[in-house]
Design a protein around this ligand. Structure first.
Ligand SMILES: Cc1ncc(COP(=O)(O)O)c(C=O)c1O
Length: 392
């Protein structure tokens, strides 16, 4: 592909050069497709008035569980709350170690802190950017050697939509008698070995934050499990520890329910989700084909499918590349600029002898390019042309 001219050169070149605005996400176009149906569903909720745990919530839960191929889906207030409630269902608390990747959103470790447990940071694989099972073994051995904490849970993250290696991580966790909670905040719709996210770990948390592949019009999330007892526990926890209509608190809980209005929005979006996932995957393979001679495309191991919440590559001089794309009207994202062990809020858990070189290197050079179901091929070409010019 020939290099493109700079923004000023293009403007000088004449009117045939179209400057576009290509946002990282674009919910307005999705609204143009689905808005009328969403408004009609919201109206129905306003009419029946069951704003908390209305019928749309349980209908959505059935559809979410069926899509994921799992017995239970419990709709909750956010992705972070889903992680907290999953930890609460396993009675994780002070003195417990929860192993999290160092390269993720802060909520992964934040949820651990919320139940009084201690996050232990694990490095990620340089190809998939997901938790490295070998480094997990090292981190577990260190915690055991220290003797101060009880290893309880491993919490891998499905970064950018790609499921973590649950087969390898589950084996390491089981060898130490630990449970696995999947942080699938970015990966609803992802797959590994013919199973979908939700069915890959005993407990999975996802997020319906508006820009996630399946996003609400506000905060929301869900917990998935095949285990009846864990699902019951989560249902109680999200509703003040109460069971059904009972007013007795059977266990400690929280206000952790998904609003009925958000459930109604998600019902419409879930009906379109398979199509949207297909569109994201098609765009990702177009990016792969156009970028592969210049940068390494995201690695999707054999048998895995990403939900492509984000399309992320590594580049040198990342911040300069980002600024150039910005000049051309192209929105990009930095997920994540700071590995977890460098966040001030988590500094008191940092021992100083962590060795997390992959997470640190990624934080310096990842950049996410626009990807969403309504991105056009012409827009993708525009992004690619300017990206290649910016990295040249
Ligand atoms: C990996 C990860 N974990 C947890 C969360 C928290 O989800 P929410 O924003 O719905 O609380 C997010 C959301 O951005 C995330 O990306």
């Amino acid at each position: 592909m020939s290099p493109v001219k700079s923004a000023s050169a293009q403007r000088a070149a004449g009117p045939e050069v179209v400057r576009r605005q290509v946002n990282l996400f674009d919910l307005q176009r999705q609204k143009a497709r689905l808005g009328a149906e969403i408004e009609a569903r919201i109206d129905k909720v306003l009419d029946h008035g069951q704003f908390i745990l209305g019928p749309e919530v349980s209908e959505l839960e059935e559809d979410l569980a069926a899509f994921a191929g799992v017995k239970h889906a419990i709709a909750v207030s956010s992705g972070r709350d889903a992680l907290i409630m999953a930890l609460m269902a396993l009675d994780v608390g002070p003195g417990d170690a929860v192993f999290v990747p160092a390269f993720t959103f802060s909520a992964t470790a934040g949820s651990v802190a919320s139940v009084g447990a201690t996050p232990v940071f694990v490095d990620v694989d340089p190809l998939t950017f997901n938790m490295d099972a070998a480094d997990l073994e090292r981190a577990i051995a260190r915690v055991k050697r220290d003797g101060a904490l009880t290893p309880r849970v491993v919490m891998p993250v499905d970064l950018y939509g790609l499921p973590a290696d649950y087969a390898a991580i589950g084996a390491v966790a089981a060898a130490s008698g630990m449970q696995v909670i999947a942080d699938g905040a970015q990966s609803y719709g992802g797959e590994a070995g013919n199973k979908r996210v939700g069915a890959l770990a005993p407990l999975t948390a996802t997020s319906f934050y508006p820009t996630k592949p399946l996003g609400a019009y506000g905060d929301g999330g869900a917990i998935f499990s095949d285990d009846d007892a864990l699902a019951d526990a989560v249902r109680q926890i999200r509703h003040h520890g109460r069971a059904g209509d009972g007013d007795e608190a059977l266990r400690l809980g929280m206000t952790g329910r998904l609003d009925t209005i958000q459930a109604a929005v998600l019902q419409v979006k879930l009906a379109a989700f398979e199509h949207e996932l297909g569109a994201r995957r098609r765009l990702a393979s177009m990016y792969d084909a156009r970028l592969k001679d210049h940068v390494a495309p995201p690695v999707i191991p054999q048998g895995f499918e990403s939900a492509f919440a984000l399309y992320t590559v590594r580049v040198k001089n990342r911040d300069a590349v980002r600024a150039k794309l910005q000049e051309e009207g192209i929105g990009t994202g930095l997920f994540y600029r700071i590995p977890l062990h460098r966040h001030p809020a988590f500094s008191h858990w940092v021992r100083g002898d962590e060795h997390l070189p992959v997470s640190e290197a990624l934080a310096d050079d990842v950049i996410s390019l626009p990807i969403h179901a309504d991105l056009t091929d012409e827009e993708l070409d525009y992004v690619v042309a300017h990206f290649l010019a910016a990295i040249a």
